[in-house]
Design a protein around this ligand. Structure first.
Ligand SMILES: Cc1ncc(COP(=O)(O)O)c(C=O)c1O
Length: 398
Protein backbone atom coordinates (compact mmCIF):
# COMPACT_ATOMS: atom_id res chain seq x y z
CA UNK A 1 0.00 0.00 0.00
CA UNK A 2 1.42 3.36 -1.08
CA UNK A 3 0.50 5.14 2.20
CA UNK A 4 2.37 2.59 4.31
CA UNK A 5 5.39 2.62 1.97
CA UNK A 6 5.53 6.41 2.14
CA UNK A 7 5.32 6.29 5.96
CA UNK A 8 8.16 3.76 6.02
CA UNK A 9 10.24 5.97 3.70
CA UNK A 10 9.50 8.97 5.94
CA UNK A 11 11.38 7.12 8.69
CA UNK A 12 8.92 7.96 11.50
CA UNK A 13 7.11 4.71 12.29
CA UNK A 14 5.67 5.17 15.76
CA UNK A 15 3.35 7.95 16.98
CA UNK A 16 4.01 10.91 14.70
CA UNK A 17 2.53 13.16 12.00
CA UNK A 18 0.24 10.51 10.48
CA UNK A 19 -1.38 9.87 13.86
CA UNK A 20 -1.99 13.60 14.33
CA UNK A 21 -3.52 13.81 10.85
CA UNK A 22 -5.68 10.71 11.44
CA UNK A 23 -6.95 12.18 14.73
CA UNK A 24 -7.89 15.47 13.03
CA UNK A 25 -9.57 13.80 10.08
CA UNK A 26 -11.46 11.33 12.26
CA UNK A 27 -12.72 14.09 14.57
CA UNK A 28 -13.88 15.96 11.48
CA UNK A 29 -15.65 12.87 10.09
CA UNK A 30 -17.80 12.41 13.22
CA UNK A 31 -18.05 16.12 14.03
CA UNK A 32 -16.33 15.70 17.39
CA UNK A 33 -13.87 18.20 18.87
CA UNK A 34 -10.93 16.11 20.07
CA UNK A 35 -9.82 12.65 18.97
CA UNK A 36 -7.01 10.62 20.54
CA UNK A 37 -5.75 7.61 18.59
CA UNK A 38 -4.77 4.51 20.55
CA UNK A 39 -3.97 0.88 19.77
CA UNK A 40 -7.46 -0.57 20.45
CA UNK A 41 -11.00 0.31 21.45
CA UNK A 42 -10.32 -1.50 24.73
CA UNK A 43 -7.48 0.96 25.40
CA UNK A 44 -9.79 3.89 24.50
CA UNK A 45 -12.46 2.61 26.92
CA UNK A 46 -9.90 2.02 29.67
CA UNK A 47 -8.45 5.52 29.32
CA UNK A 48 -11.94 7.02 29.15
CA UNK A 49 -13.04 5.53 32.49
CA UNK A 50 -9.73 6.51 34.00
CA UNK A 51 -10.01 10.09 32.74
CA UNK A 52 -13.57 10.39 34.03
CA UNK A 53 -12.47 9.28 37.52
CA UNK A 54 -13.88 5.76 37.93
CA UNK A 55 -12.68 4.08 41.10
CA UNK A 56 -13.34 1.48 43.77
CA UNK A 57 -16.79 1.79 45.35
CA UNK A 58 -18.32 2.85 42.02
CA UNK A 59 -20.74 0.88 39.87
CA UNK A 60 -21.29 1.27 36.12
CA UNK A 61 -24.27 0.11 34.03
CA UNK A 62 -23.01 -2.22 31.30
CA UNK A 63 -25.14 -4.16 28.80
CA UNK A 64 -24.88 -7.90 29.27
CA UNK A 65 -25.08 -8.21 25.47
CA UNK A 66 -21.55 -7.10 24.66
CA UNK A 67 -17.96 -8.13 24.21
CA UNK A 68 -15.54 -8.70 27.11
CA UNK A 69 -13.91 -5.26 26.75
CA UNK A 70 -16.93 -3.14 27.76
CA UNK A 71 -17.03 -4.58 31.27
CA UNK A 72 -13.45 -5.63 31.96
CA UNK A 73 -12.22 -2.03 31.87
CA UNK A 74 -14.58 -1.33 34.79
CA UNK A 75 -12.97 -4.20 36.71
CA UNK A 76 -9.50 -2.79 35.89
CA UNK A 77 -10.46 0.19 38.06
CA UNK A 78 -11.79 -2.09 40.86
CA UNK A 79 -15.30 -0.77 40.19
CA UNK A 80 -18.30 -3.06 39.58
CA UNK A 81 -20.10 -3.61 36.26
CA UNK A 82 -23.84 -3.79 36.93
CA UNK A 83 -25.16 -5.80 34.00
CA UNK A 84 -28.31 -4.71 32.21
CA UNK A 85 -30.71 -6.68 30.00
CA UNK A 86 -31.22 -5.86 26.33
CA UNK A 87 -33.91 -4.94 23.86
CA UNK A 88 -35.24 -8.24 22.50
CA UNK A 89 -34.87 -7.11 18.87
CA UNK A 90 -31.82 -4.82 18.60
CA UNK A 91 -29.77 -6.29 21.47
CA UNK A 92 -29.05 -2.72 22.68
CA UNK A 93 -29.20 -1.80 26.37
CA UNK A 94 -32.75 -1.81 27.78
CA UNK A 95 -33.18 1.43 29.74
CA UNK A 96 -36.22 0.08 31.62
CA UNK A 97 -34.04 -2.72 32.98
CA UNK A 98 -31.25 -0.21 33.74
CA UNK A 99 -33.82 1.61 35.89
CA UNK A 100 -34.67 -1.65 37.67
CA UNK A 101 -31.01 -2.45 38.26
CA UNK A 102 -30.44 1.00 39.84
CA UNK A 103 -33.43 0.40 42.10
CA UNK A 104 -32.05 -3.00 43.14
CA UNK A 105 -28.66 -1.43 43.78
CA UNK A 106 -30.32 1.08 46.11
CA UNK A 107 -32.21 -1.70 47.88
CA UNK A 108 -28.93 -3.67 48.08
CA UNK A 109 -30.72 -6.64 46.53
CA UNK A 110 -28.18 -7.38 43.79
CA UNK A 111 -26.35 -10.71 44.19
CA UNK A 112 -22.79 -9.43 44.71
CA UNK A 113 -23.36 -6.57 47.15
CA UNK A 114 -23.17 -8.50 50.42
CA UNK A 115 -24.36 -5.40 52.27
CA UNK A 116 -21.81 -3.12 50.51
CA UNK A 117 -22.77 0.33 49.30
CA UNK A 118 -21.95 1.03 45.67
CA UNK A 119 -22.49 4.37 43.99
CA UNK A 120 -23.68 4.07 40.41
CA UNK A 121 -21.74 6.76 38.55
CA UNK A 122 -21.97 6.01 34.84
CA UNK A 123 -23.12 3.87 31.95
CA UNK A 124 -21.40 2.41 28.89
CA UNK A 125 -24.01 1.65 26.24
CA UNK A 126 -22.96 -0.29 23.12
CA UNK A 127 -24.49 0.41 19.70
CA UNK A 128 -24.78 -3.26 18.77
CA UNK A 129 -23.77 -3.96 15.19
CA UNK A 130 -23.78 -0.23 14.44
CA UNK A 131 -27.51 0.32 15.12
CA UNK A 132 -27.50 3.30 17.47
CA UNK A 133 -29.54 3.65 20.61
CA UNK A 134 -31.77 6.71 20.88
CA UNK A 135 -29.18 9.24 22.09
CA UNK A 136 -31.81 11.62 23.57
CA UNK A 137 -33.34 8.83 25.66
CA UNK A 138 -29.93 7.67 26.92
CA UNK A 139 -28.98 11.24 27.85
CA UNK A 140 -32.32 11.81 29.58
CA UNK A 141 -31.82 8.61 31.59
CA UNK A 142 -28.25 9.59 32.52
CA UNK A 143 -29.35 13.08 33.57
CA UNK A 144 -32.14 11.68 35.74
CA UNK A 145 -29.66 9.49 37.63
CA UNK A 146 -26.66 11.85 37.56
CA UNK A 147 -24.56 9.49 35.43
CA UNK A 148 -21.82 10.07 32.91
CA UNK A 149 -22.04 8.25 29.56
CA UNK A 150 -19.11 6.68 27.75
CA UNK A 151 -20.14 5.03 24.47
CA UNK A 152 -18.69 1.76 23.33
CA UNK A 153 -18.88 2.61 19.64
CA UNK A 154 -16.68 -0.29 18.51
CA UNK A 155 -19.24 -1.02 15.76
CA UNK A 156 -20.58 2.47 15.17
CA UNK A 157 -18.44 4.15 12.55
CA UNK A 158 -19.94 5.51 10.51
CA UNK A 159 -23.32 5.36 12.26
CA UNK A 160 -25.70 8.22 12.82
CA UNK A 161 -28.92 9.00 14.59
CA UNK A 162 -31.54 11.75 14.50
CA UNK A 163 -34.50 12.45 16.78
CA UNK A 164 -36.93 12.85 13.86
CA UNK A 165 -36.89 12.54 10.05
CA UNK A 166 -36.70 16.34 9.72
CA UNK A 167 -33.66 16.73 12.02
CA UNK A 168 -30.12 16.58 10.65
CA UNK A 169 -28.13 13.37 11.14
CA UNK A 170 -25.80 13.29 14.12
CA UNK A 171 -22.88 10.93 13.85
CA UNK A 172 -21.87 8.74 16.73
CA UNK A 173 -19.14 10.86 18.34
CA UNK A 174 -20.87 14.20 17.65
CA UNK A 175 -21.29 15.01 21.34
CA UNK A 176 -23.37 11.86 21.74
CA UNK A 177 -21.67 11.19 25.11
CA UNK A 178 -18.71 12.29 27.26
CA UNK A 179 -16.33 9.98 25.39
CA UNK A 180 -17.07 7.85 22.33
CA UNK A 181 -14.70 4.92 21.78
CA UNK A 182 -14.24 3.34 18.34
CA UNK A 183 -12.48 0.16 17.18
CA UNK A 184 -10.35 -0.33 14.08
CA UNK A 185 -9.79 -4.05 14.69
CA UNK A 186 -9.39 -6.16 11.53
CA UNK A 187 -13.08 -7.06 11.11
CA UNK A 188 -14.44 -3.56 11.78
CA UNK A 189 -15.98 -1.16 9.24
CA UNK A 190 -12.66 0.66 8.90
CA UNK A 191 -9.47 -0.97 10.10
CA UNK A 192 -5.86 -0.27 11.00
CA UNK A 193 -5.22 -3.95 11.82
CA UNK A 194 -5.52 -3.14 15.52
CA UNK A 195 -6.49 0.35 16.65
CA UNK A 196 -8.96 2.59 18.39
CA UNK A 197 -10.00 6.20 18.85
CA UNK A 198 -11.44 8.15 21.79
CA UNK A 199 -13.52 11.17 20.74
CA UNK A 200 -14.69 13.84 23.16
CA UNK A 201 -15.73 17.48 23.24
CA UNK A 202 -14.04 17.95 26.62
CA UNK A 203 -10.45 19.19 26.33
CA UNK A 204 -9.50 18.20 29.88
CA UNK A 205 -10.66 14.61 29.25
CA UNK A 206 -8.85 14.50 25.88
CA UNK A 207 -5.64 15.75 27.53
CA UNK A 208 -5.86 13.13 30.30
CA UNK A 209 -6.47 10.34 27.77
CA UNK A 210 -3.50 11.49 25.68
CA UNK A 211 -1.24 11.74 28.72
CA UNK A 212 -2.12 8.24 29.96
CA UNK A 213 -1.87 6.69 26.48
CA UNK A 214 1.91 7.09 26.52
CA UNK A 215 3.37 6.32 29.95
CA UNK A 216 1.93 9.43 31.62
CA UNK A 217 4.62 11.55 29.95
CA UNK A 218 4.06 15.27 30.00
CA UNK A 219 4.37 15.39 26.20
CA UNK A 220 4.68 12.59 23.69
CA UNK A 221 7.57 11.44 21.58
CA UNK A 222 6.41 13.31 18.49
CA UNK A 223 6.38 16.61 20.33
CA UNK A 224 9.92 15.92 21.52
CA UNK A 225 10.94 14.96 18.00
CA UNK A 226 9.31 17.94 16.32
CA UNK A 227 10.94 20.62 18.40
CA UNK A 228 9.72 20.07 21.95
CA UNK A 229 13.27 18.97 22.89
CA UNK A 230 14.63 15.79 24.43
CA UNK A 231 13.30 16.25 27.93
CA UNK A 232 10.00 15.03 29.38
CA UNK A 233 8.30 14.58 32.74
CA UNK A 234 6.50 11.51 34.07
CA UNK A 235 3.43 12.80 35.88
CA UNK A 236 1.26 9.66 36.14
CA UNK A 237 1.78 5.89 35.87
CA UNK A 238 0.43 5.62 32.31
CA UNK A 239 0.18 2.88 29.69
CA UNK A 240 1.70 1.99 26.34
CA UNK A 241 -1.45 2.44 24.29
CA UNK A 242 -0.28 4.79 21.52
CA UNK A 243 -1.11 4.19 17.84
CA UNK A 244 1.73 3.89 15.32
CA UNK A 245 2.15 6.04 12.22
CA UNK A 246 2.01 2.88 10.12
CA UNK A 247 -1.45 2.07 11.49
CA UNK A 248 -2.57 5.71 11.11
CA UNK A 249 -1.45 5.72 7.46
CA UNK A 250 -3.75 2.76 6.83
CA UNK A 251 -6.50 4.46 8.85
CA UNK A 252 -6.32 7.66 6.80
CA UNK A 253 -6.82 5.73 3.57
CA UNK A 254 -9.67 3.73 5.09
CA UNK A 255 -11.28 6.91 6.39
CA UNK A 256 -11.39 8.34 2.85
CA UNK A 257 -13.39 5.29 1.79
CA UNK A 258 -15.54 4.96 4.94
CA UNK A 259 -18.84 6.17 3.49
CA UNK A 260 -18.30 4.30 0.23
CA UNK A 261 -17.70 1.09 2.20
CA UNK A 262 -20.70 1.79 4.46
CA UNK A 263 -22.90 2.10 1.37
CA UNK A 264 -21.53 -1.20 0.06
CA UNK A 265 -22.42 -2.88 3.37
CA UNK A 266 -25.83 -1.23 3.26
CA UNK A 267 -26.39 -2.67 -0.22
CA UNK A 268 -25.54 -6.16 1.09
CA UNK A 269 -27.91 -5.62 4.04
CA UNK A 270 -30.70 -4.45 1.71
CA UNK A 271 -30.20 -7.51 -0.47
CA UNK A 272 -30.48 -9.83 2.56
CA UNK A 273 -33.47 -7.91 3.95
CA UNK A 274 -35.40 -8.26 0.74
CA UNK A 275 -34.30 -11.79 -0.23
CA UNK A 276 -35.04 -13.20 3.24
CA UNK A 277 -38.16 -11.15 4.00
CA UNK A 278 -40.61 -14.04 3.54
CA UNK A 279 -38.69 -16.72 5.42
CA UNK A 280 -40.95 -17.38 8.39
CA UNK A 281 -38.33 -19.35 10.36
CA UNK A 282 -36.17 -16.25 10.89
CA UNK A 283 -36.48 -12.60 11.94
CA UNK A 284 -34.33 -9.91 10.32
CA UNK A 285 -32.41 -7.07 12.02
CA UNK A 286 -34.10 -3.78 12.85
CA UNK A 287 -34.06 -0.80 10.52
CA UNK A 288 -35.28 2.68 11.36
CA UNK A 289 -35.76 5.86 9.37
CA UNK A 290 -33.89 7.73 12.14
CA UNK A 291 -30.80 5.54 12.00
CA UNK A 292 -27.90 5.53 9.57
CA UNK A 293 -26.58 2.01 10.10
CA UNK A 294 -22.90 1.05 9.76
CA UNK A 295 -24.03 -2.58 9.19
CA UNK A 296 -20.98 -3.93 10.98
CA UNK A 297 -23.18 -6.94 11.76
CA UNK A 298 -26.21 -8.56 10.16
CA UNK A 299 -27.73 -10.60 13.02
CA UNK A 300 -30.74 -12.81 12.26
CA UNK A 301 -32.94 -14.31 14.99
CA UNK A 302 -34.25 -17.83 14.64
CA UNK A 303 -37.92 -18.50 15.32
CA UNK A 304 -37.04 -21.61 17.25
CA UNK A 305 -40.64 -22.80 17.55
CA UNK A 306 -40.71 -22.97 13.73
CA UNK A 307 -37.57 -25.10 13.53
CA UNK A 308 -36.62 -28.65 14.43
CA UNK A 309 -33.01 -27.65 15.16
CA UNK A 310 -31.48 -25.25 17.65
CA UNK A 311 -29.16 -22.28 16.98
CA UNK A 312 -25.92 -24.28 17.22
CA UNK A 313 -27.22 -26.96 14.85
CA UNK A 314 -28.36 -24.22 12.46
CA UNK A 315 -24.82 -22.76 12.54
CA UNK A 316 -23.34 -26.20 11.80
CA UNK A 317 -25.69 -26.65 8.84
CA UNK A 318 -24.57 -23.27 7.45
CA UNK A 319 -20.92 -24.18 8.04
CA UNK A 320 -21.33 -27.53 6.24
CA UNK A 321 -22.50 -25.47 3.30
CA UNK A 322 -19.53 -23.09 3.49
CA UNK A 323 -21.31 -20.17 5.16
CA UNK A 324 -19.19 -19.01 8.09
CA UNK A 325 -21.12 -17.20 10.84
CA UNK A 326 -20.64 -16.14 14.42
CA UNK A 327 -22.71 -15.13 17.45
CA UNK A 328 -22.66 -11.66 19.00
CA UNK A 329 -22.45 -12.52 21.79
CA UNK A 330 -22.58 -15.08 24.57
CA UNK A 331 -23.94 -12.47 27.04
CA UNK A 332 -21.57 -11.52 29.85
CA UNK A 333 -23.84 -13.01 32.50
CA UNK A 334 -23.27 -16.43 30.90
CA UNK A 335 -19.48 -16.30 31.39
CA UNK A 336 -17.81 -17.84 34.45
CA UNK A 337 -16.24 -14.52 35.52
CA UNK A 338 -19.62 -12.82 35.85
CA UNK A 339 -21.59 -15.84 37.05
CA UNK A 340 -19.10 -16.98 39.66
CA UNK A 341 -17.58 -13.73 40.86
CA UNK A 342 -20.69 -11.56 40.69
CA UNK A 343 -23.45 -14.17 40.91
CA UNK A 344 -25.50 -13.09 37.89
CA UNK A 345 -28.08 -15.62 36.65
CA UNK A 346 -30.18 -16.10 33.52
CA UNK A 347 -33.36 -14.96 35.25
CA UNK A 348 -31.77 -11.52 35.85
CA UNK A 349 -31.70 -11.09 32.04
CA UNK A 350 -34.71 -12.76 30.38
CA UNK A 351 -34.40 -10.96 27.02
CA UNK A 352 -30.65 -11.45 26.57
CA UNK A 353 -30.89 -15.08 27.68
CA UNK A 354 -33.59 -15.76 25.07
CA UNK A 355 -31.89 -13.68 22.35
CA UNK A 356 -28.61 -15.55 22.90
CA UNK A 357 -30.30 -18.84 21.98
CA UNK A 358 -31.68 -17.35 18.74
CA UNK A 359 -29.00 -15.14 17.17
CA UNK A 360 -26.62 -15.76 14.30
CA UNK A 361 -24.54 -13.05 12.58
CA UNK A 362 -24.51 -13.71 8.84
CA UNK A 363 -21.37 -12.76 6.91
CA UNK A 364 -21.37 -9.13 5.74
CA UNK A 365 -18.47 -7.13 4.31
CA UNK A 366 -18.08 -4.30 1.86
CA UNK A 367 -16.46 -6.31 -0.94
CA UNK A 368 -19.07 -9.10 -0.84
CA UNK A 369 -19.95 -10.28 -4.35
CA UNK A 370 -23.45 -11.00 -5.64
CA UNK A 371 -22.45 -14.66 -5.89
CA UNK A 372 -21.46 -14.70 -2.20
CA UNK A 373 -24.65 -12.91 -1.13
CA UNK A 374 -26.80 -15.30 -3.17
CA UNK A 375 -25.02 -18.28 -1.67
CA UNK A 376 -25.71 -17.00 1.87
CA UNK A 377 -29.40 -16.38 1.10
CA UNK A 378 -29.93 -19.72 -0.66
CA UNK A 379 -28.18 -21.62 2.12
CA UNK A 380 -30.21 -19.94 4.88
CA UNK A 381 -33.43 -20.64 2.95
CA UNK A 382 -32.48 -24.24 2.32
CA UNK A 383 -31.63 -24.91 6.00
CA UNK A 384 -34.92 -23.29 7.01
CA UNK A 385 -36.99 -25.35 4.62
CA UNK A 386 -35.21 -28.63 5.44
CA UNK A 387 -35.71 -28.16 9.18
CA UNK A 388 -39.04 -26.32 9.30
CA UNK A 389 -41.70 -27.77 11.53
CA UNK A 390 -45.13 -28.21 10.01
CA UNK A 391 -47.48 -25.23 10.31
CA UNK A 392 -49.75 -27.02 12.81
CA UNK A 393 -46.78 -28.10 14.98
CA UNK A 394 -45.37 -24.54 14.83
CA UNK A 395 -48.69 -23.13 16.02
CA UNK A 396 -48.77 -25.50 18.98
CA UNK A 397 -45.06 -24.77 19.78
CA UNK A 398 -45.56 -21.01 19.90
C1 LIG B 1 -18.68 -4.04 21.50
C2 LIG B 1 -17.18 -4.12 21.48
N1 LIG B 1 -16.49 -3.33 22.33
C3 LIG B 1 -15.14 -3.32 22.36
C4 LIG B 1 -14.43 -4.13 21.51
C5 LIG B 1 -12.92 -4.13 21.61
O1 LIG B 1 -12.34 -3.58 20.47
P1 LIG B 1 -10.77 -3.70 20.27
O2 LIG B 1 -10.49 -5.08 19.74
O3 LIG B 1 -10.44 -2.63 19.26
O4 LIG B 1 -10.13 -3.46 21.58
C6 LIG B 1 -15.09 -4.97 20.61
C7 LIG B 1 -14.33 -5.83 19.71
O5 LIG B 1 -14.80 -6.51 18.86
C8 LIG B 1 -16.51 -4.97 20.59
O6 LIG B 1 -17.20 -5.75 19.76
Amino acid sequence: MAEVASTLRGGWLTTGPRVTEFEKEFARAVNGKYAVAVNSCTAALHLAVEAIGLREGHAVLIPTMTFAATAEIVLYKKAVPVLVDCDPVTGNMDLADAERKIEKLKQKSLPFLHGRDLKVVGMIPVHVGGYMLDVDKVKQFARKHGLWIIEDAAHAFPSAWRPSPTSPWRYCGDNTSSVTCFSFYANKTITTGEGGMAVTNDKAIADKIRLMSLHGLSHDAWERYSGGGWDYRIVQPGYKYNMTDIAAAIGLRQLDRAEEMRKQREAVAEYFLSALADVREIELPAEHENRLHSWHLFPIRLNLHQLQIDRNEFINELKDNKVGTSVHWRPLHKHPLYMERLGWRDDHFPSATKLWSEIISLPIFSSMTLEEMTHVVETVKSVCSRFAVSKTAAASNS
